[in-house]
Design a protein around this ligand. Structure first.
Ligand code: ZN
Length: 335
């Protein structure tokens, strides 16, 4: 076993008409065209899987690695591989959308997972905005949505690089133009489009809206603040925890030396500058914005002077015990 450097699956061209060239130009991805919206860095979605790039297993899909290494790779999880990691380049505004929770998706989408997700803004134009939550109550929102006037209810947020946003299932959201971000989400592709700004494709057809299902699942009214996070000193630097709910944990490693990560949980690491990952039997150099999947059965060390985003399955009890009263600063941990 060894840490897996992953090659992304790209969504591009007519599939992401809002995409741009930044995944290649800034994030050094092998993007297929100048309308590439998403690189699925770690994906076990059928037909959209990421591949292993390094070592003896190079060329295998994530799904086949899960079958090969089992719990040594994923840790104690049941059923579907739970996480999906993406980088996004929104050259233009995305549609206004919402995702269902697990119960609704299981009942209405053939047993699929729901989708809670989170964004970390990596880069953006000054003053870039995104839609995050709605200011209207449920009934008013339904009237506006059915009248094609949902824009009037959107809460707009100006973002800056480094901002972290937690988007639980039921939260209305639209990524704004001029923003590149890292996204962690439940491994699901269930999206209900509430509004597409009146846009049409080159044949004059609008994309399908899913107004009634969207209205079924929207949590109206409550708008969450940006994630503050709680920082804990560690050997080799510190870790800032932003989110830990039942679905995933999102943190940032602030490395200035050699930071050990104990085994027990699968971890997905995306450094923002070059770093080295070492383990008992080897080591690897990791380029900026490359993504490494560290098997649950491995202890590794992250070495360098940089920040790295890290997503994993969550262990809420352990994190609550580690943070004490500061657990309140971690989204999803104390609600
Ligand atoms: Zn979404």
């Amino acid at each position: 076993m060894y840490p897996l450097l992953m090659a992304p699956y790209f969504r591009h061209g007519s599939e992401t008409p809002w995409g741009g060239s930044m995944l290649r130009d800034v994030f050094l991805k092998d993007a297929p065209d100048d309308q590439t919206g998403e690189s699925l860095e770690v994906s076990a979605l059928e037909g959209r899987e990421s591949l292993v790039l390094n070592g003896p297993q190079a060329g295998r899909t994530l799904g086949s690695m899960i079958r090969l290494w089992g719990k040594e790779l994923t840790g104690e999880i049941e059923g579907t591989f739970p996480l999906l990691i993406k980088l996004l380049d929104a050259r233009e505004l995305l549609s206004v959308q919402v995702h269902p929770d697990d119960a609704y998706a299981a009942a209405n989408e053939g047993g699929k997972l729901g989708k809670t997700e989170a964004w970390v803004v990596l880069n953006c134009e000054p003053g870039a905005k995104l839609a995050y939550g709605v200011t209207a109550g449920k009934e008013e929102l339904a009237e506006l949505a059915r009248a094609g006037r949902v824009e009037e209810a959107l809460n707009w947020l100006t973002v800056r690089p480094g901002d972290v946003l937690y988007i639980p299932a039921g939260t209305v959201h639209a990524l704004g133009g001029g923003i590149q971000c890292y996204e962690v989400q439940q491994s699901s592709d269930v999206t209900y489009r509430l509004w597409d700004w009146g846009r049409v494709d080159k044949n004059g057809n609008p994309r399908q809206l899913h107004t009634e299902k969207a209205l079924d699942v929207i949590h109206a009214g409550k708008i969450l603040p940006k994630c503050e996070g709680a920082t804990v000193l560690r050997k080799g630097g510190s870790i800032t925890y932003f989110i830990s709910d039942g679905n995933f944990e999102l943190s940032r490693l602030n490395v200035s030396g050699k930071m050990p990560l104990e085994k027990g949980r699968m971890r997905i690491i995306t450094p923002m500058a070059p770093c080295k990952i070492t383990w008992e039997a080897g080591e690897m150099e990791v380029a900026p914005f490359a993504t490494v999947l560290v098997p649950a059965g491995m202890e590794v060390q992250v070495e360098g002077r940089m920040n790295a985003l890290m997503s994993s399955t969550s262990d809420q009890e352990a994190l609550r015990a580690e943070l004490g009263y500061r657990a309140e600063r971690v989204a999803g941990l104390t609600e």
